[in-house]
Design a protein around this ligand. Sequence first.
Ligand code: ADP
Ligand code: MG
Length: 224
Amino acid sequence: MADAIVVERLSRHFGSKAALAEVSLRISKGCVFCIAGPNGSGKTTLLNIIAGVLAPSSGRCEVMKGLKVGYAYQHPKLSDELTVGENISFFSQLNEGEEEWGRRMVEAMGLGELMDENADELSSGTRKRLEVAVALLHNPDVVLLDEPTTGLDVESKEGILQLIKLFRKNGKTVVIATHQLDDFSGVCDELVILDKGRVAVEKGVKGFDGEKLLRVYSSAVSKD
Ligand code: ADP
Ligand code: MG
């Protein structure tokens, strides 16, 4: 399978601190790729560099030419002044959204009935679903999801998993950063575990259940 994203000896410093140190990995087209690791291990920094919103200190990160990227940030910026529907129209215009695909995202995230609600009055779970939907309105080929299940109830988590499966079925590449790896059992094809900015494990994990994923995780991450 062709690579969608190639990362080579990528480092990023903040002052004297190395958030990423010599990270190398390849993400195949059409796979669901999980980046796991504890808080502060560099997951968001890596997604930011892949998305092109942060520059590396050294090394290379390349997204293959012609691929559209969609990025659901860990701390995104919805407009609190607007309703759900107005947020969707706004971000759709901003990102050259595709109407039919946008409708599917709204449907998939269960937002159809909530279009007139004010964004600042949504529960945290609904807000997260809106944040994911607005990042994907332009039908991207590469989907970056940062902690997409944090703070979600079981039902909303299931919605996110269904969405990830829909993406995979459509041949898209999905990159997930998470400290809750077991949420993605059954959808995760490839796994990288970051520990203090370094790759501790890179492994194919197709078909691994939650327990098996957690076993890989706990053997990789240092305890201190
Ligand atoms: P994760 O997403 O795995 O929790 P991050 O990529 O957010 O980790 O952060 C990795 C490390 O880099 C942390 O120690 C964090 O404090 C530091 N860091 C991230 N962004 C910045 C920034 N803008 N300025 C200073 N330090 C940062
Ligand atoms: Mg993060």
